[in-house]
Design a binder for this molecule. Sequence first.
Ligand code: FAD
Ligand code: UDP
Length: 400
Amino acid sequence: MQITFGLPEDFNPSAYDMIVVGAGYAGAVCARRLAETVGFRVAVLERRDHIAGNAYDYYDEAGVLVHMYGPHIYHTFSENVHNFLSRFTEWTDYQHKVLANVHGTLMPVPFNHKSLLLAFGEERGEELYNKLIDTFGKDVKVPILQLREKNDPDLAEVADYVYENVFLHYTMKQWGQTPDQIDPSVTARVPVFVGDDDRYFPQAPFQGMPAEGYTALFENMLDHDCIDVFCGVDARDIFELDETTVKVCGNVYGGEVVYTGPLDELFDLDLGALPYRTLDMEFETLDVDQFQPVGTVNYTVSEDFTRITEFKNMTGQELPGKTTIMREYSHAYEPGSGQTPYYAILDPDNRKLYGRYLERVRHITNFHPVGRLAEYRYYDMDAVTASALNLSDEIIACHA
Ligand code: FAD
Ligand code: UDP
């Protein structure tokens, strides 16, 4: 596929049936679906100098395939999503495993049978495990906040340990708030697992890594005669919105617009900025074969960073004598600072503010916000793909 850098002087919006803002999952999925189903001519505008959004990967100076915007591990329960994405990549059978470093002991996260034995010793750990099975059943996921509600001394012992040693400090670092203060769905992403499955995404039937990497997956998805990709183009420079229309390059645009950026930016944050957390990613290449035993180690009781990822452990890349690791430091996002808004901070006030921005585009019937930023959601890659496939179906239905 070919990427044009910058917008050509003779760029003519009306030559396109659809303009897509953003070349991440949300934008690329919509572009591909509309191009291949109803033959839409699609222009994809991306302000970064590369495609693939936050899933972008590249080979660093040492030759290690790294994820520029944090570790991305594909996993899904959706056969529909999996079938769609599998058209553009083969998958490795990588099963993501995470260990928590708790005062030097490495325990599986989600906290599971093995973690219990490591934390409480063989005998007491087994007793507590049996109690968990009696209470919740086997091979089930129990969110930490739900476990804490149980009025039972044994379960309280487990809950207190996990809360203190796995969730409290990590969550403080990641969100600047305690697990009780943040939206319960966030910690529920990493429940206690009553069982032996030690994968980070227990039970997810489809998981792995794209065999040639994420960027290659996107190159294949966007490689279509009807799709033109323009990088280094910020849509805000050519878009103007009023109550019912969107102008592109000064003229009312009659085609469809798929927008995958933050909604507040479109209005210069005039109702206030939507709050996000951002990350500083610190990459380091080491002259060793391997740094740590698994893809990611979470530092749940110590350090200023939340986790260290070692990319070779996830991609399976063979490169003796070199490895690249990455530490993540989380802090509040400052709009206009050039930082990346990675995580929407989900609370009722922020959702309300988002709703007010959404209201302002509701009557622009050809303008479609979709994706993790534009929907202000904590979406994984599969959820974004599902949302974009749904939107695509709606647009297709109007044009078939
Ligand atoms: P994005 O990937 O953010 O793409 C939006 C694109 O729009 C960006 O490239 C942006 O530059 C562009 N854009 C925005 N505004 C404009 C504009 N005005 N003009 C032009 N372009 C614009 N998901 C998983 O499933 N597994 C994981 O392991 C995983 N790990 C993650 C780790 C981290 C640290 C983070 C932050 C996320 C992780 N995710 C993971 C989530 C995953 O990154 C997202 O679900 C997915 O990338 C969202 O796709 P998107 O298209 O909605 O947004
Ligand atoms: N979490 C935690 N300790 C861990 C792992 C996760 O406290 O060892 C909490 C933390 O609040 C985190 C949330 O669970 O933000 C979701 O974790 P996940 O790994 O899904 O976050 P992501 O990979 O999206 O950053």
